[in-house]
Write a protein that binds this ligand. Sequence first.
Ligand SMILES: *Cc1c(COP(=O)(O)O)cnc(C)c1O
Length: 413
Amino acid sequence: MKYSRLQQDSAVWEVVKKEEERQNHELELIASENYVSPAVLEAMATVLTNKYSEGYAGKRYYGGNAVIDEMENLAIERAKKLFEAEHVNVQPLSGSPANAAVYMAFLNPGDKVLGLRLDHGGHLSHGHKVNFSGRLYNFVQYGVNPVTGRIDMDEVRAIALKEKPKMIVAGFSAYSREIDWQKFKDIADEIGAYTFADIAHIAGLIAAKQIKNPVPIFDVVSTTTHKTLRGPRGAIIMCKEKFAKQVDMAVFPGMQGGPHDHITAAKAIAFGEALRPEFKEYARQIILNAQAMAEEFIRLGYRIVSGGTDNHLFILDLSDKGLAGKEAEQVLEKIGLSVSRSTIPNDPNPPLNPSGIRIGTPAVTTRGLKEKEILAVAGYIDEALRNKDDQETLDVIKKRVQDLCVKFPIPTK
Ligand SMILES: *Cc1c(COP(=O)(O)O)cnc(C)c1O
């Protein structure tokens, strides 16, 4: 990219350039990351960043917002179409603040909420004790079945009937199976609980209609915009029209001050891109790639949590491979592959060095890798993990990864 003014501050520019080079020459297998389009990148560098727009279209607390109103409405209309949503708030600054606003809209501090355990694939903001969610609300948690690695809906129902939470949360950071949204809704209806889906990871796959959409079923749904959806860092909240006012009030003035209008523009661009037919193809390929890679690992003798994947990610269980997640992450970094360490259900190891790694295909699919290359990458990972102390072998593999990066550059069109 050309950044002629940025280059005048050499201290900042040197670092940006290094990161750009790192991204160009390494393969990104972190399930929550992606490469945005040049149009999304350009939108984030527009003068919209200069504006203060507290409030909502037609009801701002600052003057000069008629133009910004147009932009925010455009983003809202596109998001509504993309997710079949009745109401959308495009102002949340990121996924965790969006979830804070959702809780604030529907709950009082101390209210009981049911969510998935973090170490079984949930998210910090679903009630972990170190997070605001776990400190402000009374979370009870469900897990995945230790044998199948899947959410057991009978268990969810049993806990829900016993605990009678005011809200049930579904939607996860490290779960590779389709979620039965309707079953969650049926359970919530039995006890009169609100339903909240957090689709931060899978939003792009849902927008592309490759997996089922909870928005028409659930009371409220949040998502980040920067994961499979391939937009700027940020989030949106979608809800039924009858909850629109309380959700909007919770975002502003409840949680946030002014929205980031340049990011709203970038969200509108990303939603526009996701509405195109090519995005369906992209999302389909993400899943095909994840499934091909998971199958290849099984063939190579690895265990995968739940035995496979329906989406963009899977968890590789390394507990019988003589190394844990942190070391695997470091070995793979040496060959130019980024992955994230991950817990496996009922992990005997501590969270900082859990027994697995999480692998995701959204970013490499953006680069254009298909099954053939993905199988090669699985082979590199296996070879590197088996030769973790052999620098020569690691160097050879690193060269192959770099060749792949040159052949499949990050799209600049
Ligand atoms: C990533 C993620 C979030 C948090 O998003 P941030 O933008 O990092 O705050 C929330 N929920 C889930 C399920 C996520 O995967």
